[in-house]
Unconditional design. Structure first.
Length: 76
């Protein structure tokens, strides 16, 4: 069974996922892509909540919840 695509907000600490899509204002999406977070990136939720901390291959990213941006992922 294939896991559904969900918002990063639905994951708990320790869960791993693959980014499927960044949805939101172009400026926000572009900034996350510059930081290495783009479709196909694997990540782990280091800390859930607001702000959340994501661990990627390049390090950790701290993101505050914002209605203008969402990260859609597929759990691994």
């Amino acid at each position: 069974m294939v896991d559904a695509v969900v918002s990063i907000r639905q994951l708990e600490a320790g869960q791993k996922a693959r980014v499927e899509e960044l949805v939101g204002d172009d400026d926000y999406v572009h900034r996350l892509e510059e930081l290495g977070l783009r479709s196909g990136t694997y990540l782990e939720v280091f800390r859930a909540g607001n702000p959340c901390i994501l661990r990627t291959v390049g390090g950790k990213l701290c993101l505050r919840s914002d209605d203008r941006l969402d990260i859609l992922v597929r759990k691994r």
